[in-house]
Design a protein around this ligand. Structure first.
Ligand SMILES: Cc1ncc(COP(=O)(O)O)c(C=O)c1O
Length: 448
């Protein structure tokens, strides 16, 4: 087992337990996995692959061996579920009319989608640029912040992930992504995340705000602060006072606040966006992942009218910038969320999960902390509740046991069970997942 990979945003794919999982497959699956392994360039976190999936619907995927599993990972792209029929229809309809738009022209689906996105912010963030992926949206945001402020320095958070491109890993906080990469973008200052369970600055949120201001004043010339308001990977949900404080500090120092809501936007927390929950308006908002309805690659940067100041600079300039099919998928996604009242449904699910998870915590010593909002939850497994030693082996054990029973999720930071179902998941499926989780928590707890 490679210890460095234990504390990243993904789970470990080269451990002993992983080898045992590989034995679980039938011959057909094993053959396809071998082909994949022989063809694709190997990289951490995504190779070798866990399984071969063949079809999808709703909250789940179907394996090549015919078994369906509930996917509580979904790359955080599955807000409206897998193979959402409304999104598929919009895509099919658009394919027949205008499947691609050359960059120097615009098209109705792109304008319609941009309008809807602006509408989803209450017309507050009313300038839009599209990109084919989240990392690219982050790159555009960093560029815009440089143009607006005339300053290139950025503050971000340790262990944060904002994408895998060179600029995104430069600005991000996961050291593992910068390994062997040589010089990255200069001028990035990282600060500790406001993690009130394990935070290095303790449990008083003011400490984190004071530290931030200290760095800004000491370092000088900071142009932007880049952050996920609610961190997806390790499910860090700061109190409202934190982001209000950060906003005030940024305003005092003329620093642009860039919120990365690429994984958690579009209703996952029970509000359309986390900034709305925090009542803190960012200067720039980045969206992605589920923006193409869990089918099309699509991302966006939204900002204010006053920052429409870079007309002589290419912030994006991507071939697929105003892709009509991706935009049609985006419009169908926003319509689906609204028409099916997903925000209210997610809030009801949150109340239900809160009770079930508290009950888990009372019964299983293995659980150190449970945090969540809407349909993003993190269960942190520890060997000891006082020392908070990470239960890394047990977390992995739980993951493979649940996968065998039909529930898939990611383990992040070595010991955090990250649970993100499709927002469309039924109560029955939610119960099914919780039963699988509990059965295996009980089993593992009795072994310890
Ligand atoms: C918080 C966050 N920002 C940005 C990205 C990058 O998005 P993409 O993979 O579409 O480039 C990710 C992807 O996982 C993410 O989780």
């Amino acid at each position: 087992m490679n210890p460095e990979s234990l504390f990243t945003e993904g789970d470990i794919n080269q451990s002993e337990q992983r080898k045992n999982w590989d034995l679980y497959h039938d011959e057909n699956t094993r053959n396809w996995l071998k082909e994949d392994n022989d063809l694709f360039l190997h990289q951490s976190l995504s190779t070798p692959c866990l399984d071969v999936v063949e079809s999808s619907n709703g909250a789940g995927l179907r394996r090549l061996n015919g078994k369906r599993f509930l996917d509580f990972h979904g790359n955080s792209a599955h807000q409206v579920g897998f193979s959402n029929p409304a999104v598929i229809k919009a895509i099919k309809d658009q394919l027949d009319v205008l499947p691609f738009s050359t960059r120097r022209y615009t098209n109705k689906p792109a304008i319609t989608f941009a309008k809807k996105l602006v509408g989803s912010t209450g017309q507050i963030l009313n300038r839009v640029l599209f990109a084919p992926g989240g990392s690219l949206a982050i790159g555009m945001a960093l560029k815009l912040a440089r143009v607006v402020t005339g300053r290139h320095k950025v503050i971000s958070f340790w262990d944060s992930f904002h994408g895998a491109s060179l600029d995104a890993i430069s600005a991000g906080g996961e050291a593992m992504f910068r390994k062997k990469m040589g010089p990255t973008m200069p001028g990035v200052e990282r600060i500790p995340p406001p993690n009130l369970y394990r935070g290095v600055l303790g449990q008083n949120i003011d400490n984190y705000l004071e530290y931030l201001e200290y760095v800004i004043e000491k370092e000088g010339e900071i142009g932007a602060l880049l952050a996920e308001p609610i961190r997806n990977t390790d499910v860090i949900i700061p109190p409202k006072s934190y982001w209000k404080g950060v906003r005030e500090i940024c305003d005092r120092h003329n620093i642009l606040l860039i919120f990365d809501e690429i994984p958690n936007g579009l209703g996952r927390i029970g509000e359309m966006y986390a900034w709305q929950y925090y009542e803190v308006v960012p200067d720039i908002l980045c969206l992605g992942k589920g923006l193409g309805g869990c089918i099309m690659p699509h991302a966006a940067m939204l900002t204010h009218e006053k920052y429409n100041v870079a007309s002589e600079i290419s912030l994006g300039h991507f071939t697929h910038e105003k892709n009509p099919v991706a935009c049609a998928a985006g419009t169908a996604t926003l319509d689906y969320i609204r028409e099916n009242h997903l925000l209210g449904k997610v809030s009801e699910d949150e109340t239900y999960l809160y009770q079930r998870f508290r009950d888990f915590q009372n019964r299983y010593e293995l659980i150190g902390d449970i945090r969540g909002i809407g349909l993003i939850w993190g269960i942190e497994l520890v060997k000891d509740r006082i020392t908070k030693e990470k239960a890394v082996y047990e977390a992995e054990q739980l993951m493979y046991a649940c996968m065998r029973d039909g529930l898939s999720f990611k383990v992040s930071s070595g010991c955090i069970i990250q649970l993100l179902p499709a927002l469309t998941i039924s109560r029955e499926e939610l119960d099914q997942a919780l039963d699988i989780l509990e059965k295996n928590l009980a089993k593992i707890s009795s072994i310890i």
